[in-house]
Structure formats: C-alpha cells, structure tokens
Write a protein that binds this ligand. Structure first.
Ligand SMILES: [Zn+2]
Length: 404
C-alpha cells in the first residue's frame, strides 16, 4: 500500500524528531543525557540541539551540577511558545476549538457559537472560531502548525471527508478537510473522534494498552495497544455503538433494538426516568436543551439510592459487558471513559462499571484491569485533535519518514 501523504511540515529530519521526543518525554535533559538516551554521538546531539534552538523549538533551562567533576551541564526543555496546534471537536451537540502550545497545554478555548446543522454555515463558524482562538491566545499565526479535526465516524481519511455522522442529518459526504483548509489557509488533518481522544490520553503520558470509551452523541471506542494508537484498515476503528445490550431496548437508527449507543443516550435515559416517576412528565424528547436539562437532573438524583440510581447502574452493567468483551479480546489493562455524557454520569457510573466488571475480567490473575475517567475533561476530543497535529509534526515515526 502506498504511504499516505500529509501537507503538515514535519520537523527537520528523523534524528531531530528523536531528540525532540526524548526532551518532551523527560521534560528536561542535558546534551550528555540526550546522547545516552538516543544512542546518537555527542557531536550529532550538539548539531541537532543547535538546530532546535535556532528553530525556537527548545530552550536552555538552567544548569545541572553533577556530583562528579567536569563543567555543569546545560539542560534543554521544550519552548512552549515555539509552535502551536489547533484542535476542533465536531460533536453534533457542541463544537469545541482549542489551541495547544508545544508542550500540549491548552492556551485558549472557544465553543463555536453560531451553531448550525447545515455544513456550510457550521464550517464558516469553525473557521471564524479558529481565528478567534489564535488571536485570543496571542500566538503568532506563523507558529500555528496546523488544525486537527476530530469527527464522528465513519470518515474517509484519504479524501478528508465526513461520510454520514449520526445526528447531523444534513451532513452527507462533506469534504470538511478541504473546505476548512480553503477558509483558514492552514494544513488540516481529519481523524475520528475516538482515535483523537485515545491519542490525547497517550500524549498526556498514559501509554500501555487501553480502550477509550467515548460517551457522547455517539458511543465509540478508541484503542491504544502497546503504546500505539490503533487505526484499522481505513482509520475507522472503534464502531461499537451497535453492539446489542438489551433486546427489549429502544429502537436504534440502524433499525434494531437495544444497541449500546442508543441505550446510553440521555433521551432514552430521561424517558426511562419519567416512566419510573423520577422526573416529571411532559418533557419534549425532541427538544435537545430540554432533554439535556432533564438528564442533568437525573444524574444529580442518581447520587442517592433509588430509581434514578437504578437506571444508571443498569446502564453501567450494559456498558460493562461491552468493555469486558473488548478487554478480554485485546488483553487490555484499563478502560478510560470520557465524552460529554461521561462528565455527568461519572460519579455513579464509574463505580458501577467497576462493580459489574469485578471477577469478569479473565486475565485478572495475570494483571489488574483498571476503570478510570479521562483526566483531560470534556475537551478531550478537541485536545486529542490538536495532539494528532503535534504528534504528526514532531514525533519520530519511521513509518511516516517518507511523508511530506
Ligand atoms: Zn444500532
């Protein structure tokens, strides 16, 4: 298969990226330590360090006085303002834009406010919000390396096209990458929301083997195995939304009943809560804002034992079954939950999933299995999208060495 191209500018050469990556992982390193860590010669490190300093990607950060003899060693660290990356998370209910500095810190954030379902005005809104975020941060525009977009699947990565996102009824085969590139003039990469979220967790320093379980307008799974983001044949890995967890559950848009994606939606949980008498009747289930408000009320009530909590623990058992199968299949060491609905369900759902999984993970005797929530909060999709740009630009990936 031919290598896929990208129009992102990648850092100098492979060895420059290796050195930059070593500095990023350790936060601060001297030239001597860099030579030890990378296997490159002292002279090579010296030349590369000079290039990275000149390019404004690293800076000197004081001196380290060793116990032995010899002159003190100058430490190198990333220059946070050296480069920036934009991340856009296209979720059908909210579109978030963030700007990360070179160390991966969020320096500015905005929600697209002219929200529209139609692709054209929404893409205009995203382009304008990107400009606003860059201006608000004070980052020089020429240091913005590119824009990552995290979009719901399925997507056509090759052509930069969003195919048929659930709950965005007017979106069909939208060439989002090229249209946003035209409007911003910046290099753009498009990837799946769950892959971006998994990449953000990994970039934040949490490697290993895990599934990122995304609970939003759709449900999906991002995968990192052996510290590598898994993408599948067409970068559409993680479509688990239609695993059936309740044969008597709600009818899904796929035509079947009880898919985990549909059974996790606030709309369905709110309807259940009305039937159980937890919420007052008369909620318009087609009104997104009304459903969101009712869902927040349901989540708050679930803090106490009772019917509201039972609804959430039943959901937890269903989700746990899906997590169990993925974890056993792929020999994972943890599940990381995230996404807008997770934030609200977390206080009850996390423990309930842990309880439901107890004793069901087959490899328990060999290694533990952890249930955690993302440390990156509700913006994990947008942060992930930007981290894909940083990763693509600055990580030493031999398989991408020929990419330009
Ligand atoms: Zn379905």
């Amino acid at each position: 298969m031919a290598r896929r191209g990208t129009n992102l500018d990648r850092v100098g050469d492979f060895n420059d990226a290796v050195v930059l990556d070593a500095i990023r992982r350790s936060e601060q390193l001297s030239r001597v330590e860099l030579a030890e860590a990378t296997g490159l010669s002292g002279q090579a490190i010296s030349n590369i360090a000079r290039r990275l300093l000149d390019a404004g990607l690293v800076r000197e950060a004081g001196r380290l006085r060793g116990a032995g003899l010899g002159k003190p060693r100058t430490l190198l660290e990333l220059e946070p303002t050296g480069r920036y990356a934009v991340g856009v998370h296209l979720d059908p209910s909210v579109v978030t834009v963030v700007l990360l500095d070179l160390t991966g810190e969020v320096v500015a954030r905005r929600v697209v406010d002219q929200y529209a379902d139609d692709p054209d005005p929404l893409i205009d809104g995203i382009a304008k919000t990107i400009e606003d975020v860059v201006v608000a941060s004070g980052a020089p525009r020429e240091r913005v390396t590119g824009v990552g977009i995290a979009a719901p699947g399925p997507i056509d990565v090759e052509r930069g096209v969003v195919v048929d996102p659930p709950n965005l009824s007017t979106w069909h085969l939208v060439p989002l990458r090229d249209q946003l590139q035209e409007r911003t003039g910046l290099p753009i990469i498009l990837d799946k929301d769950v892959t971006a979220a998994a990449s953000a967790e990994r970039w934040a320093g949490q490697g290993g083997s895990f599934v990122f379980f995304y609970l939003g307008t759709g449900v999906g799974a991002g995968l990192v195995i052996g510290d590598e983001v898994i993408r599948g044949a067409s970068s559409n890995v993680g479509e688990i939304g239609h695993v059936i967890v309740d044969p008597d559950g709600p009818v899904c848009f796929c035509g079947r009943r009880g898919c985990v994606g549909e059974a996790s939606q606030p709309r369905y949980l709110v309807a259940q809560a009305v039937r159980a008498g937890v919420l007052a009747g008369g909620i318009d289930l087609d009104d997104r804002l009304a459903v969101e408000a009712a869902f927040a009320e349901l989540c708050a009530s679930a803090g106490e034992p009772g019917a509201a909590r039972d609804i959430v623990t039943t959901l937890a058992a269903r989700i746990a079954k899906v997590v169990e199968d993925i974890a056993n299949l792929l020999d994972l060491d943890r599940v990381v939950f995230g996404g807008p609905h997770w934030q609200q369900l977390a206080p009850v759902l996390g423990d309930a999933v842990r309880t439901a999984l107890d004793g069901r993970f087959l490899l328990q005797a060999v290694h533990p299995f952890e249930v955690t929530g993302t440390a990156l909060g509700a913006d994990v999709g947008a942060i992930g999208a930007a981290s894909l740009v940083l990763d693509r630009t600055f990580s030493p990936n031999p398989s991408l060495a020929g990419e330009r």
